[in-house]
Design a protein around this ligand. Structure first.
Ligand SMILES: N[C@@H](CCC[C@H](N)C(=O)O)C(=O)O
Length: 274
């Protein structure tokens, strides 16, 4: 499935455990050696009574992430179809995420909204190496300076620039992701304000590289832009393959709405079953 081109292989391990070693996870995510995806998602039985499904998130480098906004919308849509319901709760290692079907987009695809939980703004929660004001973090490289830090269940640094097209993200992104300032590495977002309530965004994702869209990165960008006074609390985020609507609610939760799509369905090879 994909959300605006941020693509996922979603494995259903709810009724049968999978033998997924880190090496196997990397191979499945490899676009030449496996199926290829930005994140590998594994569905399991939830451990919380209020949740409908548990979702694990793996980056193509094998690392596990606490949040993936676009995959949450995809998984929620799958489970809503199964249950013939308009609302479901997705459990992740970072918490419970409530999701709602909003209807169908002009392209005929489902539009799904997810409450990504609270935006965490304290430097210890992002986390960064030293105490700092997360609205102006002392880290940067070349034209990317003075980012805003946000934890949306995963760590983000959002840089604001005048001309997004002029930023060599493929070159600067990996260096910033691995900057010692971020002990758990970070997703690197670069945003340009293009209207009163509109931002253009590109993200170098931790453990994945540049993707066509990053849902949690879009949430972090609106929180960051709002803290900087660049937008109010609701904005359209324009990504390479479409837009997301993000709202930073007064209770500090962040709501993300956008389209999702099923690319194809397949069956697991028996060798993957444990
Ligand atoms: N594609 C995502 C984020 C996936 C996880 C990220 N790379 C991390 O390591 O934190 C999204 O839509 O939010």
């Amino acid at each position: 499935m994909h959300g605006l081109g941020n693509d996922f292989v979603i494995l259903d391990a709810r009724s049968h455990a999978l033998a997924l070693t880190p090496a196997r996870r990397r191979t499945i995510a490899d676009r030449c050696l496996g199926v290829g995806c930005d994140q590998l998602i594994v569905l399991e039985q939830p451990t919380e009574r209020d949740a409908d499904v548990f979702m694990r998130i793996y980056n193509p480098d094998g690392s596990e992430a606490g949040a993936c906004g676009n995959a949450t919308r995809c998984v929620a849509s799958l489970v809503m179809d199964e249950r013939k319901a308009d609302r479901v709760t997705v459990q992740t290692i970072a918490g419970l995420l409530e999701s709602q079907k909003m209807g169908t987009g002009t392209n005929g695809l489902p539009v799904i909204s997810v409450d990504m939980g609270p935006a965490r703004l304290d430097w210890r929660e992002i986390p960064v190496r030293e105490a700092c004001d997360t609205n102006h973090m002392p880290v940067g490289l070349g034209p990317l300076q003075d980012p805003v830090g946000t934890n949306m269940g995963n760590p983000h640094a959002t840089f604001f620039v005048e001309d997004l097209a002029a930023i060599p993200l493929e070159e600067l992104g990996p260096k910033l992701e691995h900057d010692p300032f971020f002990p758990e590495r970070a997703n690197i977002g670069v945003a340009q304000r293009v209207g009163e309530a509109r931002l253009r965004l590109r993200v170098w994702e931790r453990g994945a590289g540049v993707t066509l869209a990053c849902g949690s990165g879009a949430c972090a960008a609106v929180v960051a832009a709002s803290r900087r006074g660049l937008v109010d609390r609701k904005a359209e985020i324009i990504l390479e393959h479409g837009s997301l609507t993000i709202e930073w609610l007064r209770d500090n939760h962040v709501l993300m709405t956008g389209g999702i799509s099923v690319a194809f369905k397949g069956e697991l090879d028996r060798s993957l079953l444990s």
